[in-house]
Design a protein around this ligand. Structure first.
Ligand code: BGC
Length: 412
């Protein structure tokens, strides 16, 4: 590769790959999304089912990650498993996650734990989810219990994964919350759990979620830190590279609404997790469609690896705390495009480091091809392919290639 930023990364730089419980574990039957996936009508292309059976295969997956050269694994702990009924905590499931954490340590992998990655227990949705007046208390209690049981093995943690995504999706105009299919899906889900409501995160009211979750993040951070183990706690934010299109662009309004509140939260946290996939051109009516002629990923948005550098720069300028890239990746069937994407994204990271921006790690999304929420299993984000019939794992070229960068802690 020929770029001016080639060279070593700082000592101790974290190189990893990420997953989220619901997307890889399989049979997350007590979660709200399991209900939404399995009612009719549903917005989900297919149900998550057994996913990648990571719940049983975590040991092999973590070993594989280490053998490829990585030193960090970002994964989430599933609230719906740990507290399957309100107030009923499962020591057996907490012990399961102790084993996952222990497997990381045995393989010299730094575990970065997400305490909430889009899914809640179904009973939580049945009472109204994040909009219920006790929501924050309930989440904080789950954090307290979990950290008490696991905290000594955790090295880095984040409360929420992309709590700003409902707001971002609103700007991206990808989900219409009042569409018949969403209302029908929620109605059926409520009936399934015997309630008159079904409050899930992905289909929640963006402003209400934001206010509750911001208040909750601070309390949850205190709860996490009260456990054994003194690990840093941060928050991750979904960030595009917002580009102003035209003099009347609403870019700044969008930034304030989607990022402003959460970057202020990050400023008071131990670190910011930046999660970037693409750019967004923002015009006078909000986000514009992809620019004609620009390559698209399987998700339908632009192939724009340079977005990462801009998101890091913006996030750091606002929050002034250490940055971890906690997600960055591309849905594609063509692995050579993934290599190109990562190569250009990492050039951006190097450029930030050259400007003394405190970037401490790059964690790729994702370790495995997995359940991409509404899109089902079609988009392929993994460094490792998964044959879901046999559950066989096959690292792609990109896995060896990025693993080698991780091993040498340098761009070639
Ligand atoms: C989420 C992941 C998701 C990825 C790719 C992020 O918004 O945290 O769960 O799979 O993007 O779309």
């Amino acid at each position: 590769m020929d770029n001016q930023f080639a060279g070593k990364f700082p000592d101790g730089f974290l190189w990893g790959a990420a997953t989220a419980a619901h997307q890889v574990e399989g049979n997350n039957v007590n979660s709200d999304l399991w209900v939404l996936e399995n009612v009719k009508p549903t917005l989900f292309a297919e149900p998550s089912g057994s996913a990648c059976d990571h719940y049983h295969r975590y040991a092999g997956d973590i070993k594989l990650l280490a053998s490829l050269g990585f030193n960090t694994y970002r994964f989430s702990i599933e609230w719906a498993r740990i507290e399957p009924e309100q107030g009923v905590f499962s020591t057996v499931e907490l012990d399961h996650y102790r084993r996952v954490l222990a497997a990381c340590h045995q393989n010299n992998i730094t575990p970065m734990v997400t305490f909430y990655h889009f899914t809640s227990p179904r009973w939580f949705a049945a009472i109204g989810g994040w909009e219920h007046k006790t929501a924050a208390d309930l989440f904080v209690r789950y954090c307290e219990r979990t950290s008490k049981h696991l905290g000594d093995l955790v090295e880095l943690a984040t409360t929420f994964n992309e709590p700003n995504i409902p707001m971002l999706l609103r700007w991206m105009k990808t989900i219409n919350l009042s569409s018949g299919i969403i209302l029908g899906m929620e109605h059926q889900a409520a009936q399934t759990v015997g309630s008159d409501r079904f409050g899930s995160f992905l289909f929640g009211n963006a402003e209400k979620l934001r206010d509750v979750m911001i208040a909750c993040h601070h309390r949850a951070s205190v709860a996490l830190k009260a456990g054994p183990g003194k690990y840093p706690v941060g928050v991750t934010i979904a960030m595009n590279d917002e580009q102003a299109a035209g003099p009347e662009s609403k870019r700044d309004e969008k930034r304030a609404e989607v990022y402003g509140h959460w970057l202020a939260v990050a400023a008071e946290s131990n670190f910011l997790g930046v999660q970037t996939y693409t750019r967004a051109r923002v015009g006078e009516d909000g986000d514009l469609p992809p620019e004609p002629g620009v390559e698209l990923t399987q998700m339908g948005y632009e192939f724009w690896p340079e977005a990462l550098e801009q998101a890091i720069r913006y996030g750091y300028a606002q929050a002034h705390v250490p940055i971890y890239v906690t997600e960055n990746g591309i849905g594609t069937e063509d692995d050579s495009r993934r290599i190109e994407y990562i190569d250009r994204a990492l050039a951006g990271v190097r450029s930030c480091l050259a400007d003394k921006i405190d970037v401490r790690g790059y964690i790729h999304w994702s370790l495995l091809d997995n359940f991409e929420w509404l899109e089902g299993y079609r988009p392929k984000f993994g460094l490792v392919a998964v044959d879901r019939e046999t559950q066989t794992r096959k690292p792609k070229l990109s896995a060896y290639w990025l693993g080698n960068i991780a091993k040498t802690n340098a761009l070639e």
